[in-house]
Design a protein around this ligand. Sequence first.
Ligand SMILES: [Zn+2]
Length: 479
Amino acid sequence: MTEYEPVIGLETHIQLNTTTKIFCSCKADSWYDPPNSNICPVCTGLPGVLPVLNKVVVEKAVLLAAAMHAEIRPISYFDRKNYFYPDLPKGYQISQYDMSLARGGYLDLPMTQQGYVRHISITKLHIEEDAGKTKNEAGMRLIDFNRCGVPLVEMVTGPDLRSADEAAQYLIRLRQLLRWLGVSEADMEKAHLRCDANVSIRPKGASYLNPKTEIKNVNSIEAVRAAIDKEIERQVREVTAGRHIESWTLEWDEDAGVLRKMRSKETEADYRYFREPDLLPIRLDDTWKQSILMELPELPLERRARFIAQYGLPEYDADILTGERRLSDYFEAAVKAYGGDPKRVSNWLMNDVLRMLNDRGITVAELRLTPDYLAQIIRLVDAGTINTSTGKSLLQKVEETQRAPQEIVQSEGLARINDDAAIRDVCQAVLAENPKEVASYKAGKTTLAAWFVGQVMRKMRGKADPSLARAILEELLKG
Ligand SMILES: [Zn+2]
């Protein structure tokens, strides 16, 4: 039996998080607004209006292109993509065709669990405006033009992805990068990041490309994974039965978990592209370009690699800590303030601080437990001033009160009791109160030692040094 490998490319539309639209001053993000509330003669395509390019769109797109390692063109042009659809009031979309803002580029995907890195090439990166949206309701076709003129970057990968898993990973890494750069909210549920997937199969080892199908309307990472897996299965079934794959456009029906045929795919010629006569080319001179690139931060994958090399972190830790830019900044600040083993800071962050964020439903930016306070708490535990469980509750107390850890330890008397005499008194009391357990211990049930330690810790509200308590108890029980 022939073994097949999937060949997948992704087309993504990224909504840039500008305040206003790309060619007019209407508000860009209308997610929470009523239909047709953010529109004007420009974005609804009334006769006689002229578009004016939003400079911030270019700046955010340049930043993204640089982060994707693309070559940025000093001069690029807008083109009209002509097609007829009710949600496109002008009858054309202003896009970029042959001389787009950037060319080439790539994104590397570390497949951490599988232990390899997949290199994904970028074949297209351009700026364009969004169209509106239509929906059917109560037997009517309704149109909302709010999205018309919302700035997008379209980015297309080469046919480099080899599984639904890799496609999902690409979107996860892209979303991470977009948020890291601050160019998009990248929320798939709010259509800030949309994805179409091109899928074909070929015998394993072959290098040619077979006809592909395009899956539209997948708006979550899980949906992308499910839809691609379904389509691979279908194509293998068809080809195994001796049938050909036709270049269909398929729509993913999330509720039913099935793909439906929408139409046969358009070709580029159907769009009759020509230069947009109402807009000047984008001239990105060196001064402007340099001022934009000054904002280019260390990228997530670079920082991930550095965390592994510089701090000796496992890949797993480095992945989580660089999942979000603020979190990775927080980690570095805490490591610096702590001065000890970075892995220890990583453990506290990943186990306790992230859980606290989750429980409280807050973001790293909203944390009142500063990196400095976290470092102080770990040092208090290291020094034996407080035990680990007190350290964990101290995290919560600092977060709630924003007071310095040391201050809380003092005012609440949380310091661990290392005083032999104080612990000895409590040990004696516990033994005196539990004669039956003492008798069983002496009769050979030495596993009760842990139970006695527990009783002592309870009486001392967790502040006793447990190993000291155990030693004293064993000594007293021998006597
Ligand atoms: Zn407008």
